[in-house]
Ligand binder design. Sequence first.
Ligand code: KG4
Ligand code: ZN
Length: 309
Amino acid sequence: MKILAIETSHDDTSIALYEDKRIIKEITMSQTDFHKQFGGTVPEFAARRHADNLGVILKQFINEFDLSTLDHIAFTKEPGLLGSLHMGRLVAYGLGFSLGKPVYPVNHMHAHIFAVGFTHEIIFPAIALIVSGGHTQLWHVKSVKDIDLLGETKDDAVGEVFDKIARSMGIGFPGGPLIDKLAKESTSPANFDLTDDGTYDMSFSGIKTKIINYVHNKNQTESTYSKADVSKGFQNAITKILVSKTKRAIEQFNPASIILGGGVAANSQLREEFAKIHENALIPELKYTTDNASMIAITSDLLNNKKTS
Ligand code: KG4
Ligand code: ZN
């Protein structure tokens, strides 16, 4: 099945040409460097940049490939920034109309789950932990089309907290990879334990405020502190709570596999600990953890291919 997929939910404009679990070409234009100056994504600017970038990327696909051979076009319908999603949707339907091809919507969170399908055979039922800059969710994936949300963060997403803590320590944006790297230099990790409330929901605003206040106090009193120890302490707490919630879901649902996804799935400590809790822990390659159109394509294939669905 040959699919052209479009992803514009947040700050990456991405188009992929896909055929039978193989990416023929993917072009992703990241806006991270632009939004860096604001310390986070500005929705109105993001939407305008998607409009510009989609034109640039699509032109390259039109020049290089015969799009009349496509089976269908897929796009990210939700969730995401409304203006950004709208840009991808307009281009998808415009293209579908001009080529006479069907256009199918894909849920961005489901795509984070199925991105692992490029490198692993997904065995159902599965429990999926999706951790990104905008979402932190635990899913019960009974089949491609039967997916229940077990719980999610009630406030900040884990990736967002990585970014905000990194900003408070002045180490840069996006914070996740920088904290991951710094944590490896820690000699005496700080203790920022998070208590598990026994549900599948999560809350990260408390630990965020605690760490940001700690850093501000140190700065105000001009005391020294170890950024590496704060990073490692934070990472320990986050990993422990995410693993603990996933373990509870394993005990309750006895899944055949567990899946990790989303941008924070790039975190080295989380990958390591997640791999230990189930014999079929499916952890995607780093390139499939972040937002990209390839994951939209494979999900649309799983959902709409009569041979596989
Ligand atoms: O899924 P994603 O690419 O995009 C959106 O959520 O839009 O996730 C991005 C998030 C950012 O918050 C970034 O700091 C985080 O993923 N991230 C990481 C790591 N690499 C990226 N967080 C922790 N450790 C990492 N190695
Ligand atoms: Zn995402």
